[in-house]
Design a protein around this ligand. Sequence first.
Ligand code: BTN
Length: 254
Amino acid sequence: MPSGWPERLGVHPPIEAYDALDSTNAEARRRAEAGEGGPVWITAAVQTAGRGRRGRAWSTQRGNLAATLLTTTDRPAAEAAQMSFVAALAACDLADTCLGPGAARLKWPNDVLVHGRKAVGILVESGARPDGRLWLAVGIGVNLAHAPQDVERPATAFADHMAIRPPEPAAALAVLADAFERWRNAWTTQGFPTIAAGWSDRATGLGQRCEARLPNRTVTGVAEGLDSDGALRLRLDDGALERITAGDVFFGGA
Ligand code: BTN
């Protein structure tokens, strides 16, 4: 680890590291379905079948970070989904640590952009446990060293914006896991408004026109901000308000 990277800052769940997995989210799901509840971070140096949002693939080459937190929650599914904003804030903190404060911005719902290009992707999956609680697999992929070419959106890597080598994935995960604990604690003790405020402070595109590609249609309007549950408030051209709960948004073509 290059000097200057923070050493382990706090207490986070244990980390189990693999050299290769199909997908850290798939491994978390297998464990959850076998009854494991975590919390545990699962990481792999290489993913052979990394999963992205909306059925897309996510490429993880050696040098990038692929990690999934397997955990359990008492919250209902709609509320548990707010964990994706917790993850986005933690990833933004990691980007700040590596690239300097303010270098990264968040795009709804949970992409981390560096100079307008995607550097981090987040995929939260969940399922019911026999005890009635939910398991959550919070998957985070960080392009530390390499920007994949096989994504439909422009991507970048931290390395493209650093004068020194990017952190090794293990060092990056230690920072990420600590940041995740801080934001998760804020969510637990102060509620979603604190998370929404942190997210909004770091967001890109609020107040701007955007196109929202929803599962079965596309709408355009002005992105006003987060609703109280994390939905995007989109003011349509006819003045109506649409709450976007699933989909991709594009500002100025990105
Ligand atoms: C996206 O499409 O933006 C989400 C990408 C999520 C990728 C991460 S890498 C770690 C975890 N394991 C996976 O298979 N996917 C997530």
